[in-house]
Design a protein around this ligand. Structure first.
Ligand code: MG
Length: 332
């Protein structure tokens, strides 16, 4: 077989991990002294600077369609980067936007996308301080790259789970991936399926005084991917209770119709939190007071061992595996 890139390599799962460890082995300088760098595969890097933690992240957005129920590529590109900072415990300070636009793309659409960027930038008091625009002769429509910086008093890692911790999800799972997929397939429901695309710093900020040990935004590969990553990196096992995982009825129906596991598709406005058992109820109450966390639930706990075990609705147990690639490509 030809040794070329396939869409599975962009899925955020195992195929991508293998590709990155192969090609990135050529990079020799991988972190700033005492910081968090390439090897940690975190949501952001950390650069210690004069007693503060500068948190730094970059991400490219390729969602198709560009305008989807609940958002568009502009909103997604700002919210996604805010969230990668937020899960490290960092307050977003500034962001850049770089556009790569295909020849023939309508300028009116760019105006709509930039208005949307402005809206979410203002809502989060996050200035867009620099950017770049390139036009290429290609059948792509528009891609956006954003880079964000933030400041963290205490850096939170996705590898920090401890035995006894509780796992909280801030709301319903699978909304973004299933909304994109249903839109592409032209499937409609009585209650329209909407992306959960949202910026989470204001939600996360409220629980940072509690004993939070680990956080992750379950984007590509869904909660299946992110929980496995948290378990693996922490060297712990996560036990999940399927009946406690919040999921919209319409997301359930769409995933059955399309044969896609909703636990493996992207969320763009949710956070997974590992918090000390003693603080779990308090965290839940605080999250639920915020509209973005209204449907938060404690979905599992952490123990000695490996992997993610799901206690199913019918009383069985199964391993919740990391998907190999994303079942829904070009979702974020
Ligand atoms: Mg992330």
């Amino acid at each position: 077989m030809e040794d070329v890139i396939k869409s599975v390599h962009g899925g955020g799962g195992e195929a991508m991990e293998k590709l990155l460890s192969r090609v990135l082995s050529a990079v020799e300088l991988r972190k700033v002294k005492d910081g968090v760098g390439l090897d940690e595969f975190e949501d952001s890097a950390v650069i210690p600077l004069e007693g503060k933690n500068l948190v730094f992240t970059t991400d490219s957005y390729t969602v198709k369609p560009l305008f989807f129920p609940g958002g568009d590529i502009g909103k997604l590109s700002i919210a996604g980067t805010i969230n990668d900072l937020a899960v490290m415990g960092a307050k977003p300070v500034a962001i850049s936007t770089a556009f790569i636009i295909g020849e023939g793309f309508e300028i009116e659409k760019i105006e709509r996308i930039v208005k949307s960027i402005n809206r979410i930038s203002k809502e989060n008091s996050l200035p867009v301080v620099t950017g770049d625009t390139k036009v290429i002769d290609s059948d792509i429509d528009m891609l956006i790259n954003t880079t964000g910086i933030g400041i963290a008093d205490r850096v939170i890692r996705n590898s920090g789970l401890r035995e006894g911790d509780r796992i909280i999800v801030s709301g319903t799972v699978g909304d973004h991936g299933m909304a994109i997929m249903s839109k592409r397939k032209g499937i409609e429901f009585d209650t329209p399926l909407e992306s959960d695309c949202a910026a989470l710093w204001k939600l996360v900020e409220e629980i940072l005084d509690l004993d939070v040990h680990a956080m992750k935004d379950p984007t590509r590969g869904g909660i299946a991917n992110s929980l496995n990553e948290m378990a693996d990196k922490s060297g712990k096992r996560i036990i999940l209770h399927e009946d406690r995982i919040p999921i919209r009825e319409e997301v359930k129906s769409a995933s059955e119709m399309l044969g896609i596991d909703p636990f493996t598709v992207a969320n763009e406005g949710k956070v997974l939190i590992g918090v000390a058992k003693e603080d779990a109820e308090k965290a839940l109450q605080i999250l639920r007071k915020n509209p973005l966390g209204k449907q938060a639930e404690i979905i599992g706990s952490v123990e000695k061992g490996k992997g993610v075990i799901m206690e199913t609705v019918i009383g069985g147990k199964r391993h919740l595996e990391k998907p190999s690639g994303d079942p829904v490509p070009r979702v974020c």
